[in-house]
Ligand binder design. Sequence first.
Ligand code: NAI
Length: 283
Amino acid sequence: MKKVVVIGGGTMGLDIAQVFARNGFDVVVRDIKDEIIQASEARLNKGLDKMVAKGKMDEAKKADILAHMSFTTDLGQAADADLVVEAAIENLDIKKSIFAELDKICKPETILATNTSSISITAIASATKREDKFIGMHFFNPATVMKLVEVIRGAKTSDETYKAIADLSVTIGKEPVEVNEAPGFVVNKILIPMINEACDLLYTGVATAEGIDTAMKLGANHPMGPLALGDLVGLDVCLAIMDTLYNETHDPKYRASLLMRKMVRAGLLGRKTGKGFFDYTKK
Ligand code: NAI
């Protein structure tokens, strides 16, 4: 594999693209509007400059990463990709329409992967005629740092495709874990309901946001409190995952917190909008 196309230049897409570029792959990031592409490129430069300033990267490595990355709004650039990793918004219809188009554009051997946090791999794959070459490649936030990739098999994913993506994950410095399709896969089935519980504790006035996070850091030895983690993941993403868990199982324990839904409606999504449970505008 040489050329990777990443669909979506948001929180996850940009970092996933960077991981591939750092490991010598040619990466094209595709998003829907020029402004979004420009903002994404500016975020990349800012992030790399920060690494250089902190002495974590030299100018040569920065230049090398930039030389391996390009940005576009043209989906046609996926035609000769060896792998496409989709990291657009967490919505089944949008993901299906992206992959239906990619299926027509890409060469027959291209593997199509989705970074979905919770949506059925089989359901997304059904939009294509290459369900054997379709797979979940689930990175964690921030993808440049977190070691895990959940490699998720859809109903028709071939062993060959699974092996190619598990091996590729190792090549880019990650640790793959094989997962069979299930709502929320492994990590989010456990983690997002915990964030949801923290949200309910806040809503019902059991403790303050700072108190809840301190309690979990000191009492459960978590490196980050659940509300700060919700802000990092994005509350829209958390809500989409809770709704998927609930809709797939109809188990009331997965009902999204009313506060989480209210905050998403208000655009208080966490770090990416500057405010969530905590305020990031002054940092
Ligand atoms: P985000 O909202 O930061 O970025 C999504 C990007 O996709 C936006 O830039 C948007 O313009 C773009 N987009 C929308 N429709 C598109 C299309 N048709 N073609 C190309 N780009 C399109 O979202 P985020 O957080 O990066 O999430 C992306 C995916 O990754 C979601 O499926 C999410 O569930 C998953 N994910 C998110 C994690 C997180 O911690 N935020 C962790 C792991 C997976």
